[in-house]
Design a protein around this ligand. Structure first.
Ligand SMILES: CSC[C@H]1O[C@H](OP(=O)(O)O)[C@H](O)[C@@H]1O
Length: 372
């Protein structure tokens, strides 16, 4: 990978002023190295699926939607620049082999495996009629690029409906304070964000008092990334330690919690960043509304409960060293470490806003989803 460095953190934005972690043009992919935010803006040049796999595993790019899109586009760039002399069947085999490799980069977020499965099906359907390799490659590239565009539209819809729901369910309040955990904004998606997209929408509609973001130890997605996004968008916000959540709620300063999701099982069990379960328990204890904001593709109907969700365990170094493992040693050598990157929370209900603007509870959704 080649790198392009720019000392100013302002450079991580597009001309339109929105934050962009994925910079893609046909044949070229650059990923914002989120390990260096908020102090440095460094883009890594991703030339192929191997670069893509490494960038995802090392959390150069992270966030359930973002890793799916980065994986798909890293392979699009690879085949766009490939000097290939094989048949259409050879092209199909190459793409499928690379997709199966990319899905192994991180196990928990369903978005990656969902995207890989959709792209795999598209390739197999294309090769049924394609007579040339370039036809198969072009169909893949078009589909990967569509994922990038669709994600932003999906996030803005989540934001709109989430803000509408919060306004109607907290109608006694002129303004509301919303707590979020981890990073679910433009840096975790193709743009705008999911849970942070809801906060953006509440802010843009003028009824946000304050956003509270947690540090989100040990990788600090909250202090390094969410705080960066909130400051960038000039959204009134306060950073708190993960361990301060219950005390803040006890003080009556939180009206709702909105978090993201990495994978939602058919019974409503939701895998999200480690610490989400703690936040949910505190919200339940204090009678605070707790929401997950996620695209429908985050719901994995193939698993009946959270017991079947593979929880990624990451390096002990993320706890033994400061700055999520990137800094100096802070813990004693020889101590054992348990470092699950996600936990599982049972969701009482899921609110799905469809074209008919109808809402389903989780059981209603499952029944409905089977016929979608
Ligand atoms: C909309 S991002 C969803 C999800 O992804 C994050 O995990 P990571 O930073 O390890 O990729 C976090 O769990 C977010 O809530």
């Amino acid at each position: 990978m080649s790198v392009e460095a720019n000392g100013s953190s302002a450079a991580a934005t597009t001309a339109g002023g929105s934050l962009q972690s994925i910079c893609y043009e046909r044949g070229s992919l650059r990923l914002l190295d989120q390990r260096k935010l908020p102090l440095e803006t460094v883009y890594l040049d991703v030339k192929d699926s191997t670069d893509g796999w490494t960038a995802i595993r090392d959390m150069v790019v992270r966030g359930a939607p973002a890793i799916a899109i980065a994986a798909a586009l890293s392979l699009a760039v690879e085949v766009c620049n490939l000097d290939f002399n094989g048949t259409s069947e050879d092209a199909s085999s190459l793409l499928i082999k690379k997709l199966e490799y990319l899905v192994s980069s991180r196990p928990t977020a369903v978005n990656l495996s969902d995207a890989v499965e959709k792209l795999r099906s598209l390739v197999l359907k294309t090769v049924e009629t394609a007579t040339e390799a370039k036809t198969v490659f072009q169909a893949y590239i078009d589909a990967a690029e569509t994922m990038l565009i669709d994600d932003v539209a999906s996030n803005k819809a989540i934001g709109f409906h989430g803000a509408k729901h919060l306004r109607s369910n907290l109608e006694g309040l002129e303004k509301i304070s919303v707590l979020t955990h981890c990073n679910t904004g433009s840096l975790a998606t193709a743009g705008y964000g999911t849970a942070l997209g809801v906060i953006r929408a509440v802010q843009s509609e003028g009824f946000l008092e304050k956003a509270f973001c947690t540090e989100t130890r040990p990788f600090n997605q909250g202090s390094r990334l969410t705080a960066f996004e909130l400051v960038h968008d000039r959204i009134p916000a306060t950073l708190i330690a993960d361990s301060a959540v219950a005390f803040l709620m006890k003080a009556g300063r939180v009206n709702a919690v909105v978090v993201g999701a990495d994978r939602i099982a058919a019974n409503g069990d939701t895998a999200n960043k480690i610490g989400t379960y703690n936040v949910a328990l505190s919200a339940f204890h204090h009678g605070i509304q707790f929401y997950v904001a996620a695209p429908i593709t985050s719901i994995d109907l193939s698993i009946s409960s959270g017991e079947q969700i593979v929880i990624e365990e990451r390096s002990a170094k993320e706890l033994l060293h400061s700055d999520g493992g990137l800094g100096k040693q802070v813990a004693a050598s020889g101590i054992s470490v348990w470092n699950p990157a996600f936990d599982v929370t049972y969701l009482y209900g899921v609110i799905i806003k469809k074209a008919s603007d109808e809402a389903f509870d989780i059981k209603g959704f499952i029944e409905n989803a089977k016929h979608m």
